[in-house]
Design a protein around this ligand. Structure first.
Ligand code: AMP
Length: 176
């Protein structure tokens, strides 16, 4: 099985080739076709097995094939992550795999001044990777809405729930 047999488009295949990925990992081979079709999925795999690309690649492709303008003060894809480190890594992965596509992305997390994030979000993003608490702060300050979200990812969902984010996640899901 190769990446092109999964139905991925050329700009994504080119980025993967440059990264030196020759074959999809098992979770990628299973998840990518389902996500491309628009199914909701739950994926379980150990760390280091290529989970991030398993969702990032088909999401990039769907953003491309269902082309819409970048929404102001909102995003088309929202990825929730339990920690700021993971949020930054996921955002980097979207940049790497999406380098031949025109999508904008950012990561949003607490512990850094909120003013600059509020200014940046005004123009909107195609992809936002966020920790739940800071995301809700921005929504409460009316800097951000979730009205344009088409795709939602809960990364490390088990860890997020263990960390007590269930109420925040319910609120966020309720707004989408
Ligand atoms: P992840 O499980 O998403 O944290 O990915 C673990 C590591 O595997 C990352 O460094 C990726 O760059 C790399 N990786 C992901 N998918 C592949 C693949 N199909 N072939 C080779 N390396 C990969």
């Amino acid at each position: 099985m190769n990446f092109d047999q999964l139905g991925l488009i050329e700009p994504i295949l080119r980025a993967l080739q440059e990264e030196g990925y020759s074959k999809p990992t098992p979770i990628q081979a299973e998840a990518i076709p389902s996500i491309l079709q628009g199914s909701d999925i739950i994926g379980c795999a150990q760390t280091g097995t290529g989970k991030t690309a398993a969702f990032a690649l088909p999401i990039l492709q769907r953003l491309h094939t269902h082309g819409r303008p970048t929404p102001r003060r909102s995003c088309r894809t929202l990825v929730l992550s339990p920690t700021r480190e993971l949020a930054s890594q996921i955002r980097e992965s979207f940049k790497t795999y999406g380098r031949y596509l025109p999508f904008t992305s950012t990561s949003i997390f607490g512990g850094v001044p909120i003013g600059r994030q509020i200014r940046d979000i005004g123009k909107g993003f195609d992809i936002i990777v966020a920790t739940p608490g800071r995301l809700l702060d921005l929504i409460n300050q009316r800097a951000l809405t979730l009205e344009a979200v088409e795709i939602l990812v809960l990364d490390e969902a088990d860890q997020m729930l263990d960390m007590g984010f269930i109420h925040d996640i319910r609120k966020i899901v309720g707004m989408i």
